[in-house]
Design a binder for this molecule. Structure first.
Ligand code: FAD
Ligand code: FES
Length: 314
């Protein structure tokens, strides 16, 4: 989601997606079997259509109400949808219509805000799909598949700490809205101040702590180092951002025995548990990021002593 520059983590756990490592097929290891035989000629949407009614109702045409650049490379898109209810942390797969095969598949984007008229998406322009998305005009229609995933498990903790890395802020705004009756603080970090977007948070009137790696705003350093100074026994941590940031944060919260929920990123082709392409490694085996997450408790990730190569996590 964000390309916030992260120094190499000194992590003691590992959060890996199927592209960063290449786990052998989860299916071969005896986990849940798919009822669908995948024909390699199928496009993503063919797979979805074969899922029948289960996901058909989640395929929605939305009118674009606005689509504007809010920073040098982040855009905010407001979509009008009818009766769309979602849990903070859920995501949608956005279909980018293109005259070529690039992008071939839908792209996953977290739901930034949920309101009476629909939803908004906050996305960083990083490649062909998001570039084409940023060119969409008000009044055009786009097709989304969602809401998908499970969302954050909103607990009754009185103190809640949200930790965002760059565009990882996207799903945390909807969460902050939900948590308003409790104490909430936002910690957001990025490589530089141009990658910090917190406009909607200003109306929520919650404390916001900023860290930048180049020192251009707030604390000079990593957001995990700043957040660490504010953690105590009675907090719930919710985090979203690049996986190395989440990995570093999980090491901190796990060592302090503080509960944390991490919104993970993995490359997703289908978003609905069919392609098995978004497998992540946990203490109890593979999980599908789209179907079992994308939010996971931090304490399910491996400790280095279980790792075949502890050196690579130093
Ligand atoms: C559940 C989920 C929610 C997400 N929510 C958001 C969001 O709210 N806002 C947002 O800006 N981005 C989000 N992302 C990341 C977003 O999906 C990718 O940035 C997007 O698919 C890139 O598409 P592209 O065609 O523009 O770029 P591509 O040409 O596909 O890739 C450009 C660069 O982005 C990297 N990239 C592509 N897809 C991913 C991915 N899934 N995870 C990590 N890196 C990726 C590639 O390695 C490459 O370096 C989310 C990802 C997931 C899995
Ligand atoms: S993206 Fe296809 S199984 Fe998760």
């Amino acid at each position: 989601m964000s390309s916030t520059k992260i120094t190499r983590p000194t992590s003691r756990i590992t959060i890996t997606s199927s592209r960063t490592t290449t786990p052998s097929s989860p299916r071969r290891r005896g986990s849940r079997k798919s009822s669908l035989r995948l024909d390699p000629r199928l496009r993503g949407d063919d797979i979805i259509s074969r899922q029948g009614d289960r996901f058909r109702k989640n395929i929605i045409d939305c009118e674009i109400i606005s689509n504007t650049a809010v920073t040098a490379d982040y855009c905010l898109m407001q979509l009008q949808t009818e009766e769309f209810s979602a849990i903070p942390g859920q995501f949608v797969m956005v279909q980018i219509m293109s005259e070529t095969t690039d992008p071939l598949l839908r792209i996953p984007l977290g739901i930034h805000a949920i309101n009476n008229n629909g939803i908004s998406l906050l996305y960083r322009v990083v490649g062909q799909g998001t570039k084409l998305l940023s060119k969409k005009q008000t009044g055009e229609t786009i097709n989304i598949l969602g809401p998908l995933g499970n969302g954050f498990n909103i607990t009754k903790h009185k103190n809640n700490i949200l930790v965002a890395g760059g565009c990882g802020i996207a799903p945390l705004y909807a969460l902050a809205q939900k948590l308003q009756e409790h104490h909430v603080e936002l910690f957001i970090g990025a490589a530089t101040k141009d990658q910090i977007y917190i406009n909607e948070f200003k109306a929520l009137d919650i404390p916001v702590h900023i860290a930048t790696e180049d020192g251009s705003a707030g604390f000079h350093g990593l957001i995990t180092d700043l957040a660490k100074q504010h953690l105590d026994d009675n907090v719930m941590v919710y985090a979203s951002g690049p996986n190395p940031m989440l990995q570093a944060l999980a090491n901190i919260t796990n060592s302090l025995n503080i509960p944390a929920q991490l919104s993970l990123e993995a490359y997703m082709s289908c978003g609905i548990g069919m392609c098995r392409g978004c497998a992540i490694t946990t203490k109890s085996g593979y999980k599908m990021c789209c179907q079992d997450g994308p939010e996971f408790n931090a304490n399910i990730f491996r400790h280095p002593c279980e790792s075949e190569d502890p050196e690579k996590y130093m």
